[in-house]
Design a protein around this ligand. Structure first.
Ligand code: MN
Length: 289
């Protein structure tokens, strides 16, 4: 099982120097994997990133949220095509650096919608994601749809919805991506959604209720990790945290990161790495399966 860290713990800039810094810091904090936000796949020199990854020994994944201009659930086929084009470029960039998973809000825009998703929105999204999952399979990359809260998408807010969506695509290369921060807002508890996703669960984000230090908010991590053990989850587990101390202009504003939850990313990262490993050690000691 790989324990990872989202790049936004270290920097808001994902040009070559920013990614290199994030890789070095992630390895230093004891993680196995780095997740790079890939809002712009042409921002960094991919061969330099590949070399930095090789010398760090880290595995790599990437994530993004689509914008209103690249929303694959849009009514407008031109916008859908733009989204599909961007995601294909992300897949190629990730393949160049040896990445294993492309995840996030890739099935709609990552924003507050003012109306519910229509059947046409859902159809456009599923058709595009089905094609992308096939392309990802050719590159040896798994594609994951991240279940997020109602203020960040109108399409997938619960594990149950994500399972239905994935089943509708009919592809095995599409996985459910759960995030404890979002689950804490939308789900009935932290245990059953993991069982609902079952073997379709392929990617996990660990975030606290206010996106700060793990254990300092209201997320019931004990139940969540017991559920992971129950379904014998063995995919990546990635720590995600945001503070206004580290600002990526698009991402921070979209996610509503207005407060300073922490200033010392190194301390936060080391703490999260040991928090996650301790939770896994605890559940494995009681042999849930
Ligand atoms: Mn997340």
């Amino acid at each position: 099982m790989q324990i990872g860290c989202h790049g936004s713990v270290w920097t808001g800039q994902f040009d070559t120097a920013g990614v290199q810094l994030a890789i070095a810091k992630t390895a230093e904090a004891g993680f196995d994997l780095i997740e790079i936000p890939l809002m712009d796949p042409d921002q960094a020199d991919l061969s330099a990133v590949r070399r930095a990854l090789a010398s760090s020994g880290l595995a790599v994944t990437a994530s993004l949220g689509l914008s209103e201009h690249t929303d694959v659930s849009s009514d407008d086929p031109v916008v859908v095509a733009a989204g599909e084009h961007l995601l294909n470029r992300c897949l190629e960039a990730l393949s160049e650096i040896g990445g294993t998973h492309l995840v996030g809000v890739i099935y709609s825009a990552m924003r507050k919608y003012m109306t519910p998703a229509t059947p046409l929105n859902r159809k456009h999204s599923i058709e595009a994601i089905r094609r992308l999952a096939d392309r990802a399979a050719e590159l040896g990359i798994r594609l994951g749809v991240e279940v997020v809260n109602r203020y960040e998408s109108n399409l997938l807010n619960t594990s149950r919805q994500a399972v239905a969506y994935v089943e509708e695509t009919g592809t095995d290369n599409l996985i459910v991506h759960l995030d404890t921060y979002h689950m804490n807002i939308e789900e009935p508890d932290m245990f059953t959604p993991v069982l609902t996703a079952g073997s379709r669960l392929g990617y996990v984000h660990i975030g606290e209720s206010h996106r700060g230090y793990l254990g300092s908010g209201t997320v019931d991590f004990d139940s969540f990790f017991r559920a992971l053990a129950t379904v014998q989850y063995d995919g990546p587990i990635v720590f995600e945290s945001f503070s206004s101390a580290i600002v990526h202009p698009d991402l921070s504003n979209m996610l509503g990161i207005w407060r300073n939850l922490w200033t010392d990313g190194e301390d936060l990262g080391r703490h999260a790495n040991s928090f996650i490993r301790n939770q896994l050690a605890t559940v494995s000691s009681i042999q849930m399966h």
